[in-house]
Design a protein around this ligand. Structure first.
Ligand code: NAD
Length: 354
């Protein structure tokens, strides 16, 4: 039976993977994240499985391959944490879960927006103290306002539909506009200037890092609400903090944070060591931070387990790997945009399965 070294395990991962696995793999669950130091745990395994905040750098890639592991199954959609050139050079196949529930993420973005707009987080804290004052809780109607969607892939399109359901006007920006969406595409500067709500749904790539920086914020509609359920690195957190303090940004709902890998997914409430910018952000009344939980629904967890194990089934069977990614097929904006051999051969790597 093939063995999977499963890193960064949480109780909910174990439940969904055990249910889906049904005894076909020997899954070795480790709480630690996949790092160079944690590598010996993978000794004797045939595959490694990692989550969103693992740093898959050259040392990790080479460490896996040195242990005879030639396939890394990411149980997430994002892949900005992988050194794909190192993986390609070392012959490490990387597969991912491109979609598990775009609804989960889009609905979480909507939850952040509604909570911020109607001050639900503050109201709930007040009524728990038997404080029924409404002072400071005035919101605004979403109906008739403009939502700017940055990235109109699976999640962005669902969020656009949700906004339309509220009676909002929707503007869109994408490096690869898709006419089939029927959305009104505009330049990013115009989207920022006209939107009351801006929601980020594009991947973190070198060209999108800090796309929301001081210069972008200066072009935005004063007092707009920023929602980021995509990747923390899209936003310059220092610039956002300054913009929240001077009113450029009216509110921010952040499910992701650029230095989240050091903090998210664990209880840090007893620690005195803190990230200064994150501490200041969470202390503001017009900011809600959630711990990269937009994906966390029962439906999404079941789909993550099912697709991850199917990816490994296909790898070990030598079958085409629909969900494989490499630096050649990433391009800007997703798989199969360039000359990757996957287009003709079903796999980025030509090597045989092990
Ligand atoms: P997707 O691939 O379906 O869509 C991404 C869109 O971004 C595409 O339309 C693409 O053309 C566009 N894009 C690419 N480069 C761009 C650029 N430079 N500028 C603007 N747009 C660009 O992806 P998706 O499934 O909709 O996911 C979107 C993002 O959500 C992912 O990249 C991931 O980082 C994030 N995500 C977060 C969570 C969470 O739990 N918070 C869960 C899943 C995904």
């Amino acid at each position: 039976m093939k063995k999977i070294a499963f890193f960064d395990t949480k109780s909910y991962d174990r439940e969904s993977f055990d249910r889906e696995n049904n005894g076909r793999y020997d899954i070795r669950y480790f709480e630690t994240r996949l790092t160079a130091a944690a590598m010996p745990l993978a000794d004797g395994c045939d595959a490694a499985c990692a989550f969103v905040n693992a740093e898959i750098d050259r040392a990790v890639v080479e460490g896996l391959v040195a242990r005879g592991i030639r396939v890394l199954a990411l149980r997430c959609a994002g892949f900005n944490n992988v050194d794909f050139r190192a993986a390609y050079a070392a012959g490490l196949t990387v597969v991912r879960v491109p979609a598990y529930s775009p609804y989960a993420v889009a609905e979480h973005a909507a939850a952040l927006l509604l909570s911020l707009d109607r001050h639900i987080h503050r109201a709930a804290a007040r009524t728990r103290d038997f404080n029924f004052s409404l002072a400071g809780l005035t919101g605004f109607d979403l109906h008739g306002k403009t939502a700017g969607i940055v990235g109109t892939g699976k999640i962005g399109r669902i969020f656009a539909d949700i906004c339309k359901g509220f009676g909002m006007r929707v503007l869109a920006y994408d490096a690869f506009p898709n006419p089939a969406t029927g959305l009104e595409y505009v330049a990013l500067d115009r989207l920022l200037a006209e939107s009351d709500v801006v929601s980020l749904h594009c991947p973190l790539l070198p060209e999108t890092r800090h796309m929301i920086d001081a210069a972008a914020l200066a072009k935005a509609k004063r007092g707009f609400t920023l929602v980021n359920t995509s990747r923390g690195g899209l936003v310059d957190s220092e610039a956002l903090l300054a913009a929240l303090r001077d009113g450029t940004v009216g509110a921010a709902g952040l499910d992701v944070y650029e230095e989240e890998s050091e903090w998210f997914y664990e209880d840090r409430s007893d620690e005195t060591r803190q990230n200064k910018t994150l501490s200041l952000l969470v202390s503001l009344p017009n900011v809600i931070v959630t711990s990269h939980q937009a994906f966390l629904t029962h439906e999404a967890l079941a789909n993550i387990a099912s697709t991850t194990l199917s990816n490994l089934d296909a790898y070990f069977a030598g079958a085409p790997l629909e969900n494989e990614i490499c630096y050649r097929c990433l391009g800007s904006g997703g798989a199969n945009k360039t000359d990757c051999p996957k287009r003709s051969g079903g796999r980025c790597h030509k090597q045989e399965a092990h």
